[in-house]
Design a protein around this ligand. Sequence first.
Ligand code: A2R
Ligand code: GDD
Length: 318
Amino acid sequence: MKALITGINGFVGRHLEQYLLSQQIDVWGTSRKVNSEENKSNRLLLDFTHKEPIVQMLNTLKPDLIFHLAAQSSVAKSWAEVPGTLDANVTKTALFYDAIKQSEIAGTVKILSIGSSEEYGIVSKENIPISESTPLNPANPYGISKVSQYMLAKFYASQGLHIVHVRPFNHIGPGQSLGFVASDFAYQVAKIELGLMEPILRVGNLSAKRDFVDVRDIVRAYGSIVTSGISGEVYNICTGKPTEISELLKGLVSLSSVDIEVIKDSSLIRAIDIPLYVGNNHKIKSVIKWNNEIVIEETLKSVLNFWRYQVQTEGRVV
Ligand code: A2R
Ligand code: GDD
C-alpha cells in the first residue's frame, strides 16, 4: 500500500507520516521546498500551480491513498490573507483534483479531504454538540475556504473520484507551529523558564471553548476513514468534550514551577471568535473503531516538552 501526503512537512503531515509508516504503508509526500538537509528521499517538490507535472507525478508514483493536507491552516492569518487563503485551500485543491481525475489512478485512488470544525462557524444552541448535519455558517475566511473544499470534495466525488471529507476539531500536539494557542502559550512558558523572557505571558481570548484532540489521535482516524468512509460523505473528528482556553492555559502553567503573570494582548483578540465548538462524533464511530486515547494533560505535557527542547536547542526568538 502506498500513500501520498500533500503538505507532509507540516504539523499534521509529520505525525501522519509516522503513523502510516508504523502501519507498514509506503509513504511519499509533497512540499513546495524540498530540503536536502533533512535527507528524506520520500519528499517530492510540488507546488499546485500547474496540472501537468502533478498528473505525471501521480502516473509515476501511483499511490493507493492520498491525504490532501496542504493548506493555509491558520484561522488568525486568514483574516489578513483572504485571497492567499482561498488560493491555497480552494483554487489549488481544484487544480489537484482535476489532475487526479486526469491521471491513471483516477478510478482506484482513495482521497481524504481535510476540512475543519470552522465550517460550522456560528452555531445555534440547539445544534450543540455539532453533528455533520448542522448548517454550515462559517465566520472567517479560513472557514469559508474549508466549506469550499467540502463542496469541491462532493463535486469531484460526483465526477467519479473517491473522496471522503473530514472535519477535525482543534488538533494540538508536539510540532505545531507558533500562531496556534497551545504552542503560543507553551513557547512562552518555556522561554520564561529559561529566563529568556520576562515572566509575563501574553494571551488572547481565554473564554472561548474548543474540542481539543491530540494530533496523534487525529492521524489514526485519518488512516482508517480514508478507506472505510463513503465517498462524498463527511465525518467529524472530535472528543465531544469542550475545554475553555483558560483551562488549557492553567494546565500548561501548572506544569511549570516558575511564577508567571498573565496579561491580555488586544492584538491577539479576533474580530469574531466562535465562543464554543464541541462536536458529536457518533457518525465516524459508526464507521471505524476509533476513540481519542490521549488525555489533554498528556498532550499539554508533550507540547511543553517540545517547546522546551526547541528553545534550549535552537534559542528560538518570538
Ligand atoms: O509546501 P510546504 O512544505 O511549505 O507545506 C505547507 C503547505 N502549504 C501550501 N502548499 C501549497 N500552497 C500553499 N499556498 C500552501 N500553504 C501551505 O501545507 C505546510 O507545511 C502545509 C500545512 O502545514 P501546517 O500549516 O503545519 O498545517 P497542519 O496543521 O499540518 O494542517 C494540515 C491540514 C490543513 O488542511 C489544515 O487546514 C487542517 O489540517 O487543519
Ligand atoms: N492562536 C492563538 N494564540 N489563539 C489564542 C491565543 C493565542 O495566544 N489566546 C487565546 N486564543 C484563542 C483563540 O482566540 C481561539 O478562540 C482559540 O484560542 C484557538 O485558537 P487557535 O489555536 O489559533 O485555533 P483555531 O481554533 O483558530 O483553529 C484551529 O482549529 C481548527 C479546527 O477547529 C486550527 O488548527 C485550524 O487549522 C483547524 O481547522
